[in-house]
Design a protein around this ligand. Sequence first.
Ligand code: SIN
Length: 539
Amino acid sequence: MNITSDFLVIGTGIAGLSYALKVADQGTVALVTKREIDVTATNLAQGGIAAVTSTTDSFESHAEDTMAAGAYLSHPDIVNMVVSAGPKAINDLIEWGAKFSRREDNSEEYDLTREGGHSHRRILHAKDATGKEIERALVDAVKAHKNIQIYEQHIAVDLITEAKLRKQLMQPNRCLGAYILDKKTNQIITFGAGVTVLATGGAGKVYLYTCNPDIATGDGVAIAWRAGAAVANMEFMQFHPTTLYHPHAKSFLISEAVRGEGAILRRRDGHPFMPDYHHLRDLAPRDIVARAIDNEMKKHGDDCVFLDITHKSADYIRDRFPMIYQTCLEYGIDITTESIPVVPAAHYLCGGIQVNSSGETCIEHLFAIGEVASTGLHGANRLASNSLLEGVVFAERAASKSLEYLTDEPRTFPSIDPWDSSGVTKSNEDVVVSHNWDEIRRTMWNYVGIVRSDKRLRWAMSRIHLIQEEIDDYYWNFHITSDLVELRNIATVAELIIQSAQMRAESRGLHYTLDHPKRDDRKFRHDTVIPGATLKFEQ
Ligand code: SIN
């Protein structure tokens, strides 16, 4: 089966949905998502969206906080561009229907909260469920647009490029769409498009413990890299310092905004340890807080540390953090009277597909926006609440650039060979998927986590290579399933993370290694770039 559209957008978080809305008046959009439309990381974002909206704040200050959090690896031109586009991005969201919390009911002024690394209160939020409110508004808007066709339960398998079709290396190469598996019928559909946009989000599922949704398997990074796109800064996986530690909680995030409003991290014995690590104490940048927690847990043999906001009034806590309060209560923890047990977990991929300031990859007609992209904004560590902002700003820039690629009516699309599934059979060895899934995630957590070393990275790489051999063997012989696609993707992303970590023989931001504990600006103040995979063609 063949589906064609002017724009193929893969992913339905803030970036994909904003992009679709920006281009839909000019052309047809196929909007593809591998689960339901609102199963996204955006939907789980609690804290908020950072932007300069107060007269006491400034773009310079937001830019400096972003640079400092990113350990001065962020690109200053991109940082300045994104922070100064902040107010317009907020306006767009409000026009699409998002409602942010105000200081008091009926007040004109938005309530601005704080998170780690910010020197001002500049984060707009919708109580403690900001992403849910944004996702709701954007989903309503895309559903109402006649030019946007939504395909739920469809997972991208591979990109279609001119080089692949012609079976020859081409420079530049050009993207023509993607092969996409319809999970309900198990058919692989050819989606042809004038412009293809990857907005598939992050890769937290590469790690054993993550607060990401199950969809975060690095699909966009893996398929773009396989098609020949360069990736950058993959070593910078951000670990969120505070996810709920409870045997039945599936990695529930406790927003940094809780610390922004005064909560204190304590050891089991009650000692508030953050002043021992950084002058900003509990509001130090995330990499520092996560490493401090990891260190305290290891030093004292504890399973978790504790986040204490009990000094605030119960009414305030219930009103400001209704979702966190309610969820913790369901697990038997009343946060108005007791501290919350917390541990770090994989949260945000700061690197990704390398793009320019319009979200273009090195493959023509292929864009990447949102968490899947490495834009130059986050550097070695993302400043809290900058990601939703980046999603909207780059959606707008990618949209205006990609409109230039629209050809005149009537639009024509090259003919594309269907996916070849001849010679494959149904698998009777599903254990390959479940075993390797688990082994990759455990290996990454233990050897490529918050604290790394040369030896751990070497061990991790040799395991991932063995696993990849098994996956490859399996992949080409059996019918493709969604689980298999995701397994292949997390293996690819794991390899790219380890390879990048090995290329950075220093410690900076989120990449901390025992063998090179110092930052080395002379040798390493640049992005870690891995060129796209070398394409191989059967003769
Ligand atoms: C949080 O609420 O702590 C997450 C916000 C973010 O990651 O930007």
